[in-house]
Design a protein around this ligand. Structure first.
Ligand code: G6P
Length: 368
């Protein structure tokens, strides 16, 4: 058993540390020197992508969070309308399908009952095509979709998803470029994104060097009952995923909020017994985020900020800064995921929970 864990104490830790390699595997065969190779998506991919005018993403759990990130990329960079919904809601709702909409499912297992039901429903409707971002080649979602963009994460054993998520994001960024080169992404922009993708595995490896430092702060979470995760823009879904990881394996109640919404409710909860975790990359929302965090500090909240080294945060009373290596802004959501995974992992280890098989949860939910 411990041999399967490759010397790591838990599968989850092994899978966290595999991320530079599996992200590299997911890029394999999909990138040229300055462009992406869209024929690697499957037969007839280019003809299908030519028809796409908008995107509907459907997924569950961690895969849904990957879809939330993709929405920022597909609308913000590719310039194409994109909607995202959890499959259990989508399948029971009446909705309008715009002409030329591509239905995208995201799933590690390819067998999640709600996601599969959503795909089957969509095939009866007027979607122009279906595409799945999936980790299991023989799965129902892959068999039943027109196109499959495989994540090459390898088997994921830990119930809490880690490497499946970051490889999904990698694949979704490639999909964004494939769609966007027909809209708002020109050759120069495509080359810049491809260059950021080429250096991503190396950047992820440097983030894993934060392991000891994160282990050092995790103990302060172990006796807490609640935690708040904040982000803004594309880092909000990363905060959602950070909160989900903490809930799943440490059983600490964690909520995520877009930081600008603090004043509309969650600020009432802030006291010195509730840690507040913020994801703060160096983008145009940084100054806004800083003023949101000052509101937390003013109320005695204990802040843990994962911040770009160049973002100008300094350790002070009530504020612990975990410096994250600098990266291209486009891949920052993938990078910031890793330290949040490590945080929940170490908190769970301090609490002594069953990290790889948390109570009441299943790796793949194949019944409704
Ligand atoms: C379960 C797992 C989660 C996963 C979700 C969706 O809840 O515990 O880790 O994110 O299912 O699974 P899928 O295989 O469709 O990505």
């Amino acid at each position: 058993d411990s041999a399967d864990k490759g010397g790591y104490r838990h599968f989850m830790l092994k899978e966290i540390f595999e991320q530079p390699a599996v992200v590299k595997n997911t890029l394999q065969g999909r990138l040229g020197s300055d462009h992406i190779l869209e024929q690697s998506f499957g037969n007839g991919a280019s003809d299908i992508l030519d028809k796409v005018q908008s995107v509907q993403i459907v997924a569950c759990g961690t895969s849904y969070h990957a879809g939330m990130v993709a929405k920022y990329w597909i609308e913000g960079i590719a310039g194409i309308p994109c909607r995202v919904e959890v499959a259990s809601e989508f399948r029971y709702r009446k909705f309008v399908v715009s002409p030329g909409t591509l239905l995208v499912t995201i799933s590690q297992s390819g067998e999640t009952a709600d996601t599969l039901a959503a795909l089957r429903l969509a095939k009866e409707l007027d979607y122009c095509a279906t595409l799945t971002v999936c980790n299991v080649a023989q799965s129902s979602l892959v068999r039943e979709s027109d196109l499959a963009l495989m994540t090459e994460a390898g088997p994921e054993i830990g119930v809490a998803s880690t490497k499946a998520f970051t490889t999904q994001l990698t694949a979704l960024l490639i999909l964004t470029v494939a769609l966007g080169r027909r809209y708002a992404i020109d050759k120069v922009k495509e080359a810049a994104i491809v260059s950021a993708l080429h250096s991503l595995p190396g950047t992820l490896a440097t983030a894993l060097e934060l392991d000891d430092e994160i282990c050092g702060i995790a103990e302060t979470f172990a006796d807490k009952h609640h935690a708040l995760f904040l982000g803004r823009g594309i880092q909000w879904p990363i905060a959602m995923e950070g909160a989900l990881k903490l809930k799943e394996i440490s059983y600490i109640h964690a909520e995520s909020y877009p930081a600008g919404e603090l004043k509309h409710g969650p600020l009432a909860l802030v006291d010195d017994d509730m840690p507040v975790v913020a994801v703060a990359p160096n983008d145009e929302l940084l100054e806004k985020l800083k003023s949101n965090l000052e509101e937390v500090q003013a109320r005695g909240g204990q802040l843990y900020v994962f911040a770009d080294k160049q973002a100008g945060f300094k350790n002070e009373s009530g504020l612990t800064v975990i410096p994250v290596p600098h990266s291209e802004e486009i891949v920052a959501p993938i990078l910031y995921t890793l330290p949040l995974q490590l945080l929940s992992y170490h908190v769970a280890v301090f609490k002594g929970t069953d990290v790889d098989q948390p109570r009441n949860l299943a790796k793949s939910v194949t019944v409704e």
